[in-house]
Design a protein around this ligand. Structure first.
Ligand code: NAD
Length: 250
């Protein structure tokens, strides 16, 4: 049976681990040719080697999402290696624990650069090639924290809220190009980012506020992107997909 992403060429940022690595695995399994980038070069190359060994069309490129020249190289790699670019997942992100008053200028600027400016840059660099391909799909990984507030992550909330609305603006600007743009809003997911940044106590609290009573798995977010990047979602643009175990329904 053909994969759901057969014929697609995808670029995925932050693909070396966590939710991004789940995307790389699932997109390749569903038939896409995948270029993925990350600042974690060793982990990225290891994943690419593993998947290539299983016969997948996957390539790793070093990518710092705050750098325009890195994006240009990543897009070029996709087009040179696989002939086109049809799908972009802006997944790379960081968290910084600080309230509005605790936050430093340096901390604020870093979170905004990695989580927000990067999404604009990625779209700006990828869209011309997607247009050449006759259209495509962009998925921007925001967060439930791009929709609701909490205490102690002011810059993160600001960056993820911006990604949500930037996705809608991009969807409107590029509907005429056949390029669909949507955002995904994960609740609490079991990844290195969440595990290293949050205390056991806070993680327990997040599970308690999640009606399904557990953390999500990285692939449960990646399945959302598979849908949005597939032709099954051909009439879906400018919208937001919340994948949070029911947290926001309360
Ligand atoms: P993670 O830390 O496990 O993975 C993030 C990846 O992004 C890493 O491989 C990291 O090296 C990469 N990255 C960081 N800075 C980068 C940069 N400047 N350039 C390129 N790559 C960079 O985190 P994750 O939990 O898998 O998060 C993935 C995305 O999902 C993030 O945007 C995050 O904000 C979002 N998210 C996560 C959760 C959660 O609970 N884990 C919840 C909501 C949203």
């Amino acid at each position: 049976m053909a994969g759901r992403l057969e014929g697609k060429v995808a670029l995925i940022s932050g693909g070396a681990r966590g939710i991004g690595a789940a995307h790389v695995r699932l997109f390749a399994r569903e038939g896409a040719k995948v270029v993925f980038g990350d600042v974690l070069e060793e982990e990225g190359r290891k994943l690419a080697t593993e998947l290539a060994g299983n016969g997948r069309d996957v390539a790793f490129v070093p990518l710092d999402v705050t750098r325009e020249e890195d994006w240009a190289r990543a897009v070029k790699t996709a087009v040179d290696s696989y002939g086109k670019l049809t799908s972009l997942v802006n997944n790379a992100g960081i968290t910084h624990l600080a309230t509005l008053l605790e936050e430093t200028r340096e901390g604020w600027d870093r979170v905004i650069a990695v989580n927000q400016t990067s999404v604009w840059l990625g779209m700006k660099m990828a869209i011309p090639s997607m247009r050449d391909a006759g259209g495509g799909s962009i998925v921007n990984i925001s967060s439930l924290y791009g929709i609701i507030g909490s205490i102690g992550m002011a810059a993160y909330h600001a960056s993820k809220g911006a990604v949500r609305i930037l996705s809608k603006a991009a969807a409107l600007e590029h509907a005429k190009d056949g390029i669909r743009v949507n955002s995904i809003h994960p609740g609490i997911i079991d990844t290195p980012l969440a595990n290293s940044m949050l205390t056991e106590e806070y993680l327990k609290h997040l599970v308690e506020v999640t009606p399904l009573g557990r953390r999500g798995r990285p692939e449960e977010i990646a399945w959302g992107s598979v849908f949005l990047c597939s032709d099954e979602a051909s009439f879906v643009t400018g919208t937001e997909l919340v994948i949070d175990g029911g947290w926001m329904a309360q």
